[in-house]
Write a protein that binds this ligand. Structure first.
Ligand SMILES: *[C@@H]1O[C@H](CO)[C@@H](O)[C@H](O)[C@H]1NC(C)=O
Ligand SMILES: *[C@@H]1O[C@H](CO)[C@@H](O)[C@H](O)[C@H]1NC(C)=O
Ligand SMILES: *[C@@H]1O[C@H](CO)[C@@H](O)[C@H](O)[C@H]1NC(C)=O
Ligand SMILES: *[C@@H]1O[C@H](CO)[C@@H](O)[C@H](O)[C@H]1NC(C)=O
Ligand SMILES: *[C@@H]1O[C@H](CO)[C@@H](O)[C@H](O)[C@H]1NC(C)=O
Ligand SMILES: *[C@@H]1O[C@H](CO)[C@@H](O)[C@H](O)[C@H]1NC(C)=O
Ligand SMILES: *[C@@H]1O[C@H](CO)[C@@H](O)[C@H](O)[C@H]1NC(C)=O
Length: 511
């Protein structure tokens, strides 16, 4: 399959923590399948690769072989493993896993700030359905969200992060710098996971949003909109001058009255946070509530059409991949996300994501082995998927993190965003001023009340968390199959597809 050859290289990659432009990369991943890190478990240490996930709080690894994973943790080979015998079960929409709660020594050799080896609880997964993904490269999951509320399962720490915090006598600040693809020909993703000390980051070059509820990393997403052609909408810096200074942006209307340049839409803001809004590195896309997803995608589709980029509706609305013979340079608008700021209740900042963040390259190669029809195979080389999806809640997944360093500061209960030295070039602009209290306008104060009532039981919590990760990743994993399906349909309905194909090629030669 398509994964195979690339995947071998990908694994080779993992062996080296290499250095480019001063960043040591220790996260790797295959498109849409999350970012993973190497971990050593037990004594003598056993190496595994695990998914780094801010959308759950459990460390769980495969403890038995399965056709979807290349290696697993051999519990019997570790001299230091303590097996509690307690059975744990996590269930999610498309599958589940059963496991046993254990504890052992955990070390991440590639962490820049040397985080000591700690004994931590984790789950030995003994049976699973649709949890591990063929070709993902990970055999477990590292949950970095807040430990289970309500239930204290035992005397030991609930999560690896908590174990680290107890040893260091302080709450952790960790950061994820996700860089995205290496190049169009090389769809391996890379990035950096690290721990920070106070003062590592200049306060004046990052924009911080408060964590509204310490459960998942729940924040206030105030708006999602597309940023029209900069030639029309205003005179903001272009792509080369990325980091604006942090002054308040004000705009005067025709009668000289100060107005908000990007007007906060109260209804959208409430809709976005009705369920919850979380930052989740275990999700690939940006997930938006149905209605808002429609709105945003409608606009993007129109913008694409206006720019003569013809893409079928299935791409926009049904998560199908679209493929071209050449890599694409997108002339599409930026997607802006408005986030509440930490220090003021009437200000917010905006992250503007370039099209590369939401038009996601899923494969830069053709699957040649399983495709007998040579020239059809040669047609579709560069496949893209939309990095947006519809759902009940708002999830800022990998698509909203790439090109930035996202700093999870648990002691200040905030998440800060700054430009990364790698990947695409998002812009972070602020601060915008709202007319009155944003928390009130957007009904975000409800979180204060909910905090006390949300005593979720451990098992449920794990289930919810896993659901978040697994469903989105599994859906994403479907990409190659969808693409095959697309090609098959291409054979059946050649004219329709050819038309949009040739039209786009035409546009390319013209421009
Ligand atoms: C996983 O992939 C390998 C090779 O790519 C294949 O042989 C195996 O059957 C796959 N397993 C499943 C469960 O699909
Ligand atoms: C990705 O690109 C790098 C640098 O160009 C190259 O060294 C590496 O071999 C490529 N990896 C894959 C998986 O193609
Ligand atoms: C985390 O927040 C605290 C409190 O605001 C601050 O003192 C500290 O420097 C922050 N840590 C990092 C790494 O930015
Ligand atoms: C942030 O502050 C430091 C020192 O306080 C200064 O050297 C640096 O230029 C500032 N950065 C920005 C972007 O203003
Ligand atoms: C903006 O205007 C410049 C100069 O008129 C033009 O070259 C450029 O293509 C325009 N940008 C877009 C996105 O249309
Ligand atoms: C942006 O503003 C500057 C100065 O105000 C002006 O020189 C420049 O032409 C403007 N650019 C655009 C694209 O309007
Ligand atoms: C400018 O804003 C003020 C206050 O919002 C409003 O009353 C006034 O009508 C606006 N003027 C124009 C020309 O839009």
């Amino acid at each position: 399959m398509i994964f195979k050859s690339e995947f071998m290289l990908h694994l080779l990659f993992l062996i080296f923590v290499y250095q480019v432009k001063g960043i040591e990369y220790n996260l790797f991943g295959y498109p849409g399948l999350g970012y993973l890190i190497e971990v050593n478990i037990g004594h003598p240490p056993q190496k595994l690769n695990i998914l780094v996930d801010t959308g759950s709080s459990t460390l769980a690894v495969a403890a038995v072989p399965s056709s979807d994973i290349s290696q697993f943790f051999h519990a019997a080979n570790s001299n230091t493993l303590i097996n509690s015998g307690k059975e744990v079960h996590a269930k999610y929409t498309l599958g589940d896993w059963h496991g046993i709660l254990a504890s052992d020594f955990i070390k991440f050799p590639s962490l820049r700030k040397k985080i000591p080896e700690v004994r931590s609880q984790f789950v030995l997964i003994t049976d699973s359905t649709d949890f591990f993904m063929n070709g993902s490269g990970w055999q477990g999951i590292l949950g970095l969200a807040y430990p289970v509320l309500g239930e204290s399962t035992s005397t030991s720490d609930n999560s690896w992060l908590e174990a680290v915090e107890n040893i260091q006598h302080k709450q952790a600040t960790f950061s994820m710098t996700l860089c995205g693809v290496h190049s169009v020909l090389n769809t391996t993703h890379y990035g950096q996971f690290s721990f920070l000390d106070d003062g590592d980051v200049m306060n004046n070059d990052s924009f911080c949003t408060p964590i509204l509820r310490e459960c998942w990393y729940e924040i206030g997403v105030l708006g999602v909109h597309i940023v029209k052609d900069p030639n029309i909408s205003g005179n903001v810096s272009d792509d080369t001058t990325i980091f604006p200074n942090m002054t308040e942006l004000t705009v005067l209307n025709a009668s000289g009255i100060e107005v908000n340049p990007s007007i906060l839409n109260e209804k959208m803001c409430r809709d976005l946070n009705v369920e919850k809004s979380i930052v989740d590195s275990g999700t690939t896309n940006i997930r938006l509530p149905d209605v808002i997803f429609r709105q945003v995608v409608d606009e993007l589709r129109l913008a694409a059409r206006a720019a003569d980029v013809l893409i079928l509706d299935e791409f926009w609305y049904q998560g199908e991949a679209a493929c071209w013979p050449e890599p694409r340079t997108w002339r599409l608008p930026r997607l802006a996300l408005d986030l509440l700021t930490v220090d003021s209740d009437d200000k917010y900042f905006t992250i503007e994501l370039p099209p590369e963040n939401y038009m996601r390259l899923v494969s830069g190669h053709m699957a040649d082995s399983d495709n007998t029809d040579e020239d059809e195979g040669a047609l579709a080389e560069y496949c893209y998927k939309l990095g947006l999806e519809a759902g009940a809640d708002t999830v800022l997944g990998v698509a909203a993190m790439e090109g930035m360093q996202v700093i999870f500061n648990k002691s200040s209960s905030s998440i800060c965003w700054r430009r990364a030295d790698c990947g695409v070039s998002p812009r972070i602009i602020g601060y915008y001023k709202a007319s009155s209290s944003i928390r009130e306008q957007c009904d975000l104060n409800k979180y204060e009340e909910k905090r006390t009532t949300s005593s979720i039981k451990a098992a449920q919590w794990v289930a919810f968390a896993v659901l978040n990760v697994a469903v989105s990743l599994l859906l994403y994993l479907a990409a190659p199959f969808v693409r095959t399906w697309c090609l098959r349909r291409y054979r059946a309905a050649r004219t329709r597809f050819t038309m949009s194909m040739s039209r786009t090629s035409l546009v390319e030669t013209e421009s």
